[in-house]
Design a protein around this ligand. Sequence first.
Ligand SMILES: [Zn+2]
Length: 460
Amino acid sequence: MERWETPSLEVSEPKHITDRLTSITSLSRDQRPDPTFTIAFDGSNQEVEARAGYPSVRVGYMQIAGVYVNIAQFLNANRSGLVNARELEKSQITQTVNSVLPGSNVHLKGLKGKETWRAELNRSFGESSITDFGSAFTLTDALMTIHGAPGNPAGQLVLSKCPNCGSAGTPQQIVTVTGGVCTEPLCSTTLYPTDILRTYEDFSEDGENIRPLNVAMNMAERLLLISYIDGFYRVQPQMLSQGLFITDGPLAVYGPSAPMKSRFLAYWNNLCIDLEAKGISVPLLVGIEKNGQFVDHANVIQEHIPDGHVMMLDTPYINTYIVNKEADHHYGKDEFYGRRFIYKTTTGEVLVLSVPRVPGGPPYEKPRPKANGEFFPLVSESFDSYPTLRATLEILDQLQTRLYPNAVIPVALAHSASSLPLGTGHSVLTLLAQRSLGMPENSISLSRFKPHNHGRRNSR
Ligand SMILES: [Zn+2]
């Protein structure tokens, strides 16, 4: 082991950090009204064993929430830095969406496990809706919208392959919002819009299904956010310029659904162009990470970052100091629709956040080395490509509270609104599954169940 090297955590010479810092007061600020509201999104999930042993019967629960906070009312409740709970309650509105999804050894009549998962995921997205902007707008509508344009959902999706036979089909597999059928003569499998998320690729007929459950939940969170942005766009687009939309985790999509990143990016680009033509500022959109590699790194280097400073994490830095890759590795190419920054708030808390480029464009480009070992400057690594950054950081500064270290209050509210019960509550979910499936209820033992909502954090 003495021969091996590990990424260094010790920061002895912090010039590589201090050179990348900028005071937020020196960032240019785009012309926009002050934010008047924020909507934060989060989700949680749990898989329970309705019958333990072999073959085990599992069921997954998922809950996502969006919490609207009126910023003026909130700041009133937070005047002393300690939150007045009653005022805070008055300033917020919560919307939750929840679903039950099949795990191992549960089937719809006539379908196999994986087919059951696909059918029920499609039903879940098709039935989960918000009505804040008039008629019901479902997560499937949001999925079609990111394949179309703001206010204009696509009429159909093209699947790269059939989930059953794998054929790309001639012509390609086409799915409308009501579904489709594989064109391969011997297959004829029913196809669903949610097949485009490819969650079924990780589905296990006999084991845990926390991975597909995590992907489904993350997509549901991001599509719920799109449902709100698109709702404002259709009904009152000028409101978008006063909104701050916060998603849990980075502005990225991982796993088999990663190709959806291109759709989020395209939707955002179209939104930027369209709002600019209407003379409306783009909304503030930010992803905030609570844990993971970048949060750990931020905590290690935070003593070198003065309050009110933001750090540009250029790709050679990320490769060298955070992810341990070659300096010119194209980090973030497949997953990201926003770029990460480390920010130390004016009160000394550290946030890892990502924001999209305006007016659009890839947030991570491949580093181009010069002959001398340095790198050519990239548009994606210029603060000028992120004109919403300053306004975003300023409002996040105001939304902090001494009650939660390194946290932003709307995020904490969304987290608690979306949380499924832990501990004894877990056995309630198990009991619910057993009753609904007509199974014996005598096998409840807390020691047998592992709470899974921690697993999803690791998966990021
Ligand atoms: Zn097929």
